[in-house]
Design a binder for this molecule. Structure first.
Ligand code: URA
Length: 235
């Protein structure tokens, strides 16, 4: 019927012609399996030549008091995953669950993000996940420009250390701040941007929290991820 579903495999995403609406399939996958987010160490134990740089960066983040957000945080949320990942996923900022656990995307939206990663053909541990902000904004409000500025160098340094082959920005806030644009997310989807001197390709998709509120948009997000996979394979 021309409808595609997300099928969880360890290889390439499988596109299957399928009669069930994609939103229902994804929803049922999430509800049936709802895996506890499988945890990787906050700074992964993978040995790299850059261990000391990772440790000093993570020490700086832990001690950061550059903006007001340090006052109400339980802890900073540095980032998680494979320090040599090909795929870097960037979200907005920690929420309550992440502030409590010290790891990005561990709440409901995190479970959906993990499913999206699986649908791409990877385990959560294969990719690196970080946010624009390392501290939770009160009541999950949007990051303020000075908070983004204060945090920016941390993410830039993470990107320089990881040297990902592709970046997926999830949600408007991540995309706008990473790409320095005011464009709406609907305008940013479906195009490939390039980040920094490395010109790392960036693909934009919806934030998983938005997809939980608007499950009808999941098919579009899957289109974005398939596009990202194509860009990655062609790079
Ligand atoms: N939303 C985000 O953008 N990042 C997280 O880590 C959690 C929820």
């Amino acid at each position: 019927m021309g409808i595609q579903r997300w099928q969880l495999r360890n290889v390439e995403p499988q596109i299957v012609e399928e009669a069930e609406p994609v939103a229902e399939v994804v929803e049922s996958v999430i509800e049936a399996s709802a895996p506890a987010v499988k945890r990787a160490d906050v700074v992964s134990p993978v040995e790299t030549n850059n261990d000391s740089e990772w440790w000093s960066l993570s020490d700086e983040v832990v001690a950061c008091r550059q903006c007001e957000l340090h006052q109400n945080r339980t802890q900073t949320v540095f980032g998680v995953g494979n320090q040599r990942a090909d795929w870097l996923i960037i979200g907005e900022a920690p929420g309550a669950d992440e502030d409590r656990e010290g790891e990005p995307f561990v709440g409901r939206a995190g479970k959906l993000l993990t499913q999206m990663i699986l649908a791409l053909g990877y385990e959560r541990e294969d990719v690196y996940i970080a946010n624009i902000l390392k501290c939770r904004p009160p009541n999950n409000r949007d990051p303020l420009p000075d908070e983004v500025r204060s945090c920016e160098s941390y993410l830039k340094r993470q990107i320089a250390l990881i040297q990902p082959k592709i970046i997926v920005a999830v949600g408007r806030v991540a995309a706008q701040n990473l790409l320095k644009t005011d464009a709406k997310i609907g305008e940013m989807r479906g195009r490939t941007y390039h980040y920094g001197e490395s010109e790392t390709p960036v693909v934009v998709t919806y934030h998983p929290a938005y997809l939980l509120r608007s499950p009808g948009e999941k098919a579009k997000s899957w289109q974005d991820l398939r596009m990202a996979k194509r860009v990655f394979l062609e790079a």
